[in-house]
Write a protein that binds this ligand. Structure first.
Ligand code: APR
Length: 234
């Protein structure tokens, strides 16, 4: 009988895609690509200025389409040869999937998909932009399938067992300041090995009292190095 592969759960954030040219949030002076997040990423913004919200996400979507997965994304996909890998990402891009990772849970939604306010479970692929007037078959306006500040993170309940089952928790490129995602770390078993890849030390403090192996490098460098070690080729 084949023995089960060790389980790795990856918790990724904006830093994972930074080396693909997509900006992180908290490295940019409170502005997000020149926008105040409250004006573009809240239910209030959607109510009062949906055009601006759509413009902002149309720009983000175009950036994601133009970006390519980096060596870190590819290394995570390669880990699937020897590990049972679950990715829990806060990122709304599709770079993990494009690199070949097969199990990716998006906590904060996916910018390449749309939905309506009225039917949050029915998702549509977005081929170009979303514009005012674009609607589902019932005539309800489409919005980006992203979780805004102040909205419930419904996928959190699906993320908890993935973290709790992990033998290794690999945290890449997240400041761990946004809840409930940041609270996921506390569900790791006491025996779980926790590894952090980030050029800065903010997330290390956020992990709290747990012992962490800290690889202080950008994702495109630190993740492939770690993957080579885990796969025993170094
Ligand atoms: N490689 C790895 N990590 C990096 C890199 C890099 N090249 N560059 C920066 N980082 C790290 C930063 O040091 C920081 O710890 O990535 C982290 C980015 O943190 P945030 O910008 O806060 O992004 P994230 O943690 O994903 O934010 C969480 O907040 O704005 C919301 O919904 C949005 O999903 C997002 C959530």
């Amino acid at each position: 009988m084949a023995t089960a592969k060790p389980k790795i759960c990856v918790l990724s954030g904006a830093g994972m895609s930074a080396d693909s040219g997509l900006k992180t949030f908290r490295d940019s002076d409170g502005l997000w690509e020149g926008y105040d997040v409250h004006e573009v990423a809240t239910p209030e913004a959607w109510r009062y200025n949906p055009e601006l919200v759509l413009k902002f996400y149309n720009e983000r979507r175009a950036q994601v389409r133009a970006a390519e997965p980096n060596a870190g994304h590819f290394a995570l996909a390669e880990l699937e040869s020897a590990f049972d890998v679950e990715i829990v990402t806060q990122n709304i891009d599709d770079l993990h999937e494009r690199a070949g990772s097969t199990r990716v849970l998006h906590l904060h939604g996916e910018v390449l998909k749309s939905r309506t306010q009225q039917d949050p479970k029915t998702l549509y692929e977005v081929s170009g932009d979303i514009n005012l007037g674009d609607s589902d078959e019932r005539g309800n306006q489409l919005r980006p399938h992203v979780v805004w500040f102040g909205e419930a993170v419904t996928e959190i309940e699906n993320a908890v067992p993935k973290i709790a089952d992990a033998d290794i928790l690999l945290i890449v490129g997240t400041s761990l300041v946004v809840y409930p995602a940041a609270g996921l770390v506390s569900f790791a078993r006491p025996s779980c090995r926790i590894i952090l890849v980030d050029p800065n030390s903010g997330a290390e403090q956020a992990v709290g009292l747990r012992k962490v192996e800290f690889i202080r490098k950008p994702a495109a460098q630190g993740v492939p190095e770690l993957a080579r070690r885990l796969l025993g080729s170094e």
